[in-house]
Design a protein around this ligand. Structure first.
Ligand SMILES: [Zn+2]
Length: 448
């Protein structure tokens, strides 16, 4: 009936409340379970036989050699309720057998240490222009992970599965709102802008640059007014996100509040400072949650930590903060950096993804060759697990030759360029805007 797999980072961090998961982190690697199979099942069920490590999110156009290498034996698919999906890859002409796609629902056990794979469908492909194409609808009630296998009778498909594409069309609206959650003490920005003005400027900028979708409004909430959590976030104390490793840096617990207003809203958590050197904002790639809880927030600071400067921090301008929110929200909706950084390689564990795969965003070969973005901004250990999927946006005080390099990059004007520098941002490309719209419509929110 179902098979059990140990959980991994991706699974643990994505759909479940982080508070429940963190205490079990250090134990999780020790838990394994044997498989159990239902011998009465009439059709052969070919369970994934690897650890289902790699994940594929819809409408991601980046190269994905690891997905291609593992599709037949098990990769995860990120799916949303009521959406229609297409999974396809190049047909291997040297293999005459046609692979059946078997799809499994993955569900966590009660202590989040393992997940169960339960087969939910088996599909035959259509052959279109030399590709095998599988179409299906997600009838889940919430966001979910599915796993794949490719079967030929009772064995794994032996052919190659090159150039895997996974696209999704959602059932939800192309509108959303912004919910700015102000945590603790803040100062005016370096150009004298207060929270209310900053919120208005954020809304105006979203409407200017997120042109493929509609932003209905922006709400402002003050964390100290939260009815049950307010006491944790006093209004007169600077909140240093990530300073307390026992707490979730993204403050997901504040997302989706108050519920009656913000089911449609992206939660922007505005803190005093993020405790990662030279990092202004943080988000997770394809966070995909407009309903509160895990992965519902993007994070931005009033100040930026600069450990090597005498004053240890810099006050940001309203432009810098708004640009950061625009960038981080791009990640939230599934946009990758135009040119990958070492953090990106480490979080995807796929060194074939050197850029976003979009035809209308150039990437910077010189930046890839140079060591500038090769330094991970965070240490990769279990205790910093929540930031493993994050993408730092650094306001760094580059040396002259570094500034020259960044300015020479053909993608330096794009909001998803991985570093801030002297060039002005011009916006998103058409293909980026299309991904934002398609993915927004996948995320459950508002009315259908
Ligand atoms: Zn980024």
């Amino acid at each position: 009936m179902s098979r059990i797999y140990k959980t991994d980072f991706w699974r643990k961090m994505s759909l479940f409340d982080i508070k429940k998961i963190l205490p079990g982190l250090f134990l999780s690697a020790m838990f394994f379970a044997a498989c159990s199979e239902d011998s009465t099942e009439p059709e052969y069920t070919l369970y994934p036989d690897n650890d289902i490590f790699y994940s594929l999110a819809p409408n991601d156009m980046a190269a994905n050699d690891s997905i291609s290498a593992n599709l037949a034996h098990g990769v995860k698919l990120v799916v949303h309720p009521n959406a229609s999906y297409e999974l396809s890859f190049e047909k291997d002409a040297s293999v005459s057998d046609v692979p059946e796609l078997q799809i499994f629902h993955l569900s966590l056990n009660s202590d989040s240490t393992a997940y169960y794979a339960t087969k939910i469908m088996a599909l035959q492909p259509k052959e279109v222009n030399g590709r095998y194409v599988y179409s299906f609808v997600c009838e889940e009630k919430t966001n979910a992970f599915w796993a794949t296998s490719l079967a030929v009778d009772d064995h794994f498909y032996p052919g190659t599965t090159k150039d895997v594409k996974f696209t999704g069309d959602g059932a939800y609206s192309d509108h959303f709102s912004l919910n700015m959650i102000v945590v603790g003490k803040h100062d005016l920005t370096s150009d004298g802008v207060d929270v209310e003005e900053l919120a208005q400027k954020t809304l105006d900028s979203f409407r200017k640059y997120y042109t493929s979708v509609t932003i209905d409004t922006i709400y402002i909430r003050y964390a100290h007014e939260h009815p049950t959590l307010g006491h944790k976030y006093p209004a007169n104390e600077p909140w240093l996100a990530g300073a307390d490793s026992s707490m979730d840096m993204f403050l997901y617990e504040l997302g989706g509040w108050p519920e009656k207003d913000v089911y449609d809203a992206l939660d922007i958590v505005y803190v005093y400072r993020i405790e990662i050197d030279k990092t202004v904002g943080y988000a997770s790639l394809f966070s995909a949650n407009l309903g509160g809880g895990a992965y519902s927030t993007v994070l931005v600071g009033n100040y930026v930590l600069a450990k090597d400067s005498p004053q240890k921090e810099f006050l940001l301008s309203s432009d810098e903060i708004v640009e950061t929110v625009l960038h981080e929200t791009g990640h939230f909706f599934g946009l990758r950096h135009t040119t990958s950084t070492m953090n990106d390689f480490l979080s995807s564990q796929d060194y074939s993804i050197i850029e976003d795969g979009l035809e209308d965003t150039p990437y910077c070969e010189a930046l890839l060759r140079n060591g500038l973005m090769k330094r991970p901004s965070v240490k990769y250990s279990l205790s910093t697990l929540p930031v493993m999927l994050g993408h730092a946006y650094r306001r760094t005080w580059w040396k002259n030759e570094e500034q020259d390099l960044l300015s020479s990059c053909p993608d330096s004007h794009n909001f998803m360029f991985p570093a801030t520098q002297d060039e002005t941002f011009e916006g998103f490309s058409e293909q980026q805007l299309e991904i934002i719209r398609k993915n927004l419509m996948l995320f459950p929110h508002g009315k259908k």
